[in-house]
Write a new protein. Structure first.
Length: 131
């Protein structure tokens, strides 16, 4: 029998970073926690990244994840948003590395396929399956 693993999933963003923690034992999954780390929009980028770092460390100290899962960065037409997400993603990867937590990365298509069975699912379909 496989031992259980704690998985911390992160959807990075500068203004909002979504997170969820599950305990996986074989095919059995149990939600341990979820939430959103929010940083104030009227604050400079540096302090927002420090706040994200501190909140991620708190999550890691609370749940002691065995692995961190993160979506690969997808560039869209809005390069400014992409840069901000990239900065937040860098903080997540740095915190994981400093905490000796292995990171696995998934494309948006892989995430949608795993959750809904269809790699081109829209947000409503993903939300429905998660609920």
């Amino acid at each position: 029998m496989r031992p259980s693993r704690i998985i911390l999933g992160i959807d990075p963003g500068l203004g909002r970073t979504g997170w969820g923690v599950i305990k996986a034992k074989g095919i059995d999954l149990m939600a341990l926690g979820f939430g959103c780390i929010s940083t104030p929009a009227n604050t400079a980028v540096g302090p927002r990244l420090v706040e994200l770092e501190n909140d991620l460390k708190t999550l890691i100290d609370k749940y002691h994840p065995d692995v961190l899962a993160i979506e690969q960065l997808l560039f869209t037409n809005n390069i400014t948003t992409g840069i901000a997400v990239g900065a937040a993603r860098g903080v997540v990867l740095l915190v994981a590395e400093r905490s000796s937590i292995p990171v696995v990365e998934f494309t948006p298509t892989q995430v949608k396929l795993g959750v809904t069975g269809y790699g081109q699912a829209d947000k409503a379909q993903v939300n429905g399956m998660v609920c």
